[in-house]
Design a protein around this ligand. Sequence first.
Ligand code: BMA
Length: 307
Amino acid sequence: MRLQRYEGNPILTARDFPRPVNSVFNAGAAKYGNEYILLNRVQGLDGTSCLWVARSRDGYHFTPDPEPAMVPSTEGPFARYEEYGIEDPRITKINNAYYIVYVCYSSFGCRVGLALTRDFQSFERVGLISLPDNKDAVLFPEKIGGRYARLDRPMTVIGGRRDIWISYSQDLLYWGDACVVMTPRPGRWDSEKIGAGTPPIKTEKGWLLIYHGACRTASGKVYRLGVALLDLENPSKVVGRAEEAILYPAAPEDFLGDVGNVVFTGGAILEDDGELKIYYGAADQVMCLATANVDDLIALCLKDMEK
Ligand code: BMA
């Protein structure tokens, strides 16, 4: 099974923004009232990224706000960790707040920042919630066993591992009980590294996770999307994982950009009729949309586990 690409792709390009920018990609997504929100990573002409809201009534046609939502801090505790920019946000609604986890990039490496908005007008930073080198963090939308939970992707120097981990917290700031959830698969499309894409989506069969996987080829890395299902009560347990990638570079925009051969997601919206809208960055250049039925994705995860 493959995701269905939207025929109007790309849905956002650098030219849509009210000032010259290099690229728009790897957005987080949320529904807020009647609005679809994309919190885009927008890379400026200086090469650093900021986070910029674009809004839509239908989930297909987006209009960027006049100004970015969050730019790298220049003072206070975040500043030295955001010196090279802020990247790849993911949005999770918990109660009435929208939490944003994003990558703080600096000479110290990548670490995870946490911010909060209630209205997609004003944004406040909450904390730096990982050490370097860690990224691709996503929050679960509710407490599990009385604690908040997140997935993330630490990068080890020894062994060079790139796995998806889980950890838990009482307050979203201090995290512990970390363990490995999912690892790259040798010889496959996700052999080199994996990282959570969209925040986990609750379904009857488990937490549905769209993730990215990369493998190394003679001409560099190829990034594809895959799907897995985590146990509802114990999300450190993988109950299903599709063998095949569900989205892989194939459309012209997936090859033509700053980093070709890349599809990378940070946000999806589940519609009432079961359609999942998956927003993804193509070639680190533009924003695109692909859809799937959520039950088909679940079936795909479970089918391959039965083998
Ligand atoms: C990853 C992240 C993403 C990017 C991808 C492909 O490591 O940096 O932001 O889309 O590489 O370049």
